[in-house]
Design a protein around this ligand. Structure first.
Ligand SMILES: O=P(O)(O)OC[C@H]1O[C@H](OP(=O)(O)OP(=O)(O)O)[C@H](O)[C@@H]1O
Ligand SMILES: NC(=O)CC[C@H](N)C(=O)O
Length: 675
């Protein structure tokens, strides 16, 4: 039952020293008395962001924050506090850009800041300590002291813990254009007789290079020789920069897992590099994770409540630590890892593909919605005496097993076998592979494989649901031609992920008797990497001009196919480039529907406000704005049709996540989750 008629008694304090300190700390402790019911979790609106209120005892709470001395507010500062239902309504209003006046407030806390004091600074610390000891038990004293010291050291620890999860996500890698990729995971285990040299690490390293498009911030490999002394090498940057003969040589063992990272839940820093390794009561455990936990905040709380410490804000570390928890049904003979994994999957159903390594086995796990991809492969016999790679494939027993985010990573000594099915817990040992369990999605929920893997993320030669990504992209182009044909002289693409769709578009037009040929209009300038250019609008044009070489457009009416438009930063400058090169008409065709909603499952899709499709809803207006003669998107139904055209699902169910296009999130509305 919710708290009825709350009575709130608060004591507040602000630091006032401005001689040495750069920030003013505002602290309020308050107690809630309810005639009936319980206040539950409380949330405060601080600086336009809703943050959880710290609970410091039974019905006792504390809010604290800092403001720069120069801009600190004086006089009465009012902080609205919401209960759970108010929190949900307030989040909804904030997301819709509405003001919060109609949202019911649980209480308002008023803090009076009399203004700054310029004088001997030591006094304020004594004041703060005196205040907290007089009014609060030890925890408050610690908070008050940290609040004061945070004025100098910017309050790293406690502020972080009370910051909302969504706020913390803002720390993830920044992107100016497009959708940044997700992470890549790769695992390998040699069969019996495999020696403990570094060959497995080399296979993983090759796999990670092939998955580099999924994450370029950091990478790592962990291997085991069958004991608990894991060999670990991780670092910031690309696979080719982090690993060399020396580091690979030290990664001995017959099994290992690796990761390439694009950060979603915690900063792009060394400390958050994966795989994570922890030592549990029953030996070491390593985890590589692609995805993002939608209920990371509550899972974090549960893990902390069980007395487990966490060293980062990474949801992947959280998974690793959560796996060390003994499941509720208990364990009789040592750890029951499949039961622990099942327990984790019940605690958090979205979103992940995981490689979990124990000293002698790997568990490959895909979330019950199948949101992120994962597939199984085998290590083949490459001994020339046994025939050329392909010939020996199938004739000899596999020399081991591999698991990867995408099948494009199965090259050289490895071959694709099958997809790890949604919810599957696959055990890989020296003796072979076996399905331990398949955890279904929660009651009434459908499978939700990310449709943007097909549109943009995956390499064109990867296989999902029995079909090649390239083929699906061609179908998207064909469908786009059916939906939005236009008269022109040539069809081209924005390389590279738009190439297959342009081919499909031109092919379909041929069928429609339009015969508009495909031509190479834009080529990527190979040697242009990151430039020094800052992201101002004027210089963005220069960036695009550097990135593409324009050919074959003079005097022509052009249809240009791009796979997606996200922030709308690329399309305008490209059109100007084409016009300057002499194009007569430019018709933009986008091989995916308008992106309107953020993703909370491992992809960096910006906020609603940043997405151009929310600002320029009318395609005619959009075309005019960017200087195109026309601009049209593929429909959501068209995309789904293209994706399902050749799906090899037999009697099995399939289902795709279109949340970024439709706002229909597989786990429910964002407000029901912790976004
Ligand atoms: O609307 P915007 O925010 O500008 O982003 C859209 C552009 O970003 C992507 O290209 P990317 O540069 O990633 O190249 P790729 O297609 O080769 O991966 C995408 O293919 C679009 O061209
Ligand atoms: N993009 C991803 O899959 C990221 C995995 C994980 N959430 C991290 O931030 O490291």
């Amino acid at each position: 039952e919710q708290c009825q008629v709350p009575e709130v008694i608060s004591t507040s304090y602000t630091t006032q020293d401005a001689t040495v300190l750069k920030h003013i700390a505002y602290i309020s402790s308050f107690q809630v008395k309810c005639q009936r019911g319980d206040p539950g979790n409380l949330y405060a609106l601080l600086g336009g962001v809703i943050v959880p209120v710290a609970s410091v005892g039974a019905l006792k709470y504390q809010i604290s924050w800092t403001e720069d001395v120069k801009t600190a507010r004086t006089g009465e500062v009012e902080v609205p506090v919401f209960n759970e239902s108010g929190y949900v309504a307030a989040k909804k209003a904030l997301r819709a850009g509405e003001d919060l006046s109609s949202v019911p407030v649980f209480t308002r806390i008023v803090i009076n800041h009399p203004g700054v004091y310029v004088g001997p600074w030591i006094s304020c610390e004594f004041l703060a300590v005196g205040f907290s000891v007089a009014h609060k038990p030890a925890k408050a004293a610690v908070l008050a002291i940290s609040a004061v010291f945070s004025s100098v050291f910017s309050m790293a620890c406690c502020e972080e813990e009370t910051r909302s999860w969504s706020e913390r996500r803002l720390n993830r890698g920044k992107a100016l254009t497009g959708l940044t990729h997700e992470c890549g995971v790769f695992g390998a285990i040699g069969s019996k007789g495999w020696t403990n040299n570094s060959e497995i690490a080399q296979i993983i390293c090759i796999g990670l290079e092939a998955l580099q498009h999924r994450g370029q911030e950091s990478t790592g490999i962990v291997t085991s020789e069958g004991d608990n002394e894991y060999h670990v090498h991780k670092g910031m940057g690309l696979v080719k920069h982090v690993f060399n003969n020396d580091s690979i040589g030290k990664l001995k063992g017959f099994l290992g897992i690796g990761h390439t990272r694009y950060s979603t839940s915690a900063k792009s820093e060394q400390v958050n590099c994966q795989p994570f390794v922890v030592h549990s009561m029953h030996g070491a455990l390593a985890v590589a994770h692609n995805g993002e936990l939608v209920n990371a905040a509550s899972l974090r709380k549960q893990v902390l409540d069980r007395g487990v410490g966490l060293s980062t804000y990474s949801d992947s570390e959280l998974i690793t630590q959560a796996l060390c928890l003994i499941p509720p049904e208990g364990e009789v003979d040592g750890p029951d890892w499949p039961a622990r994994i099942r327990h984790l999957m019940q605690l958090t159903p979205l979103s992940y593909s995981l490689c979990i390594m124990l000293r002698d086995r790997i568990y490959a796990v895909r979330d019950p919605y199948g949101n992120r991809p994962l597939c199984l492969g085998k290590i083949i016999d490459t001994n020339p005496e046994h025939g050329i790679n392909g010939q020996s494939d199938g004739e000899h027993e596999p020399e081991g097993w591999v698991v990867s985010s995408e099948s494009c990573a199965f090259i050289a000594a490895t071959r694709y076998v099958r997809e790890v099915v949604p919810g599957e817990i696959l055990e890989m040992t020296r003796n072979g592979v076996r399905t331990v369990d398949i955890v279904p999605p929660p009651e009434g929920k459908k499978l939700a494989f990310c449709i943007f893997e097909y549109v943009y993320f995956a390499k064109p030669n990867s296989v999902f649901e029995g079909q090649e990504v390239y083929t699906v992209r061609v179908h998207c182009g064909r469908q786009l031609a059916l939906e939005h044909p236009v008269e022109a002289d040539i069809v081209g693409s924005v390389p590279e992920s738009g190439n297959a769709a342009a081919f499909g578009y031109s092919k379909e037009l041929l069928g429609l008797q339009s015969r508009i040929p495909l031509g190479e209009l834009l080529t990527k300038n190979t040697y242009v990497g990151r430039t020094f250019i800052q992201p101002s609008n004027r210089l963005r044009q220069l960036n695009v001009a550097l990135k593409f070489i324009v050919t074959n457009v003079k005097g022509k009416r052009i249809i240009l196919i791009d796979d997606s438009i996200v922030r709308g930063n690329t399309v305008g400058p490209i059109i100007r480039l084409l016009r300057r090169a002499g194009a007569l008409e430019v018709h933009i065709r986008v091989a995916s529907p308008p992106l309107k909603h953020p993703c909370y499952m491992g992809i960096n899709i910006p906020t609603k406000e940043e997405l151009i499709a929310n600002k320029l809803k009318d395609t005619k207006e959009f075309a005019k704005k960017v200087g195109a003669d026309s601009l049209e998107y593929l429909s959501v139904e068209g995309l789904v049709r293209a994706v399902k055209k050749e799906i090899d699902s037999g009697n099995k169910e399939d289902g795709h996540c279109t949340a970024c296009l439709t706002g229909e999130y597989p786990g429910g509305l964002p407000d029901e989750l912790e976004w």
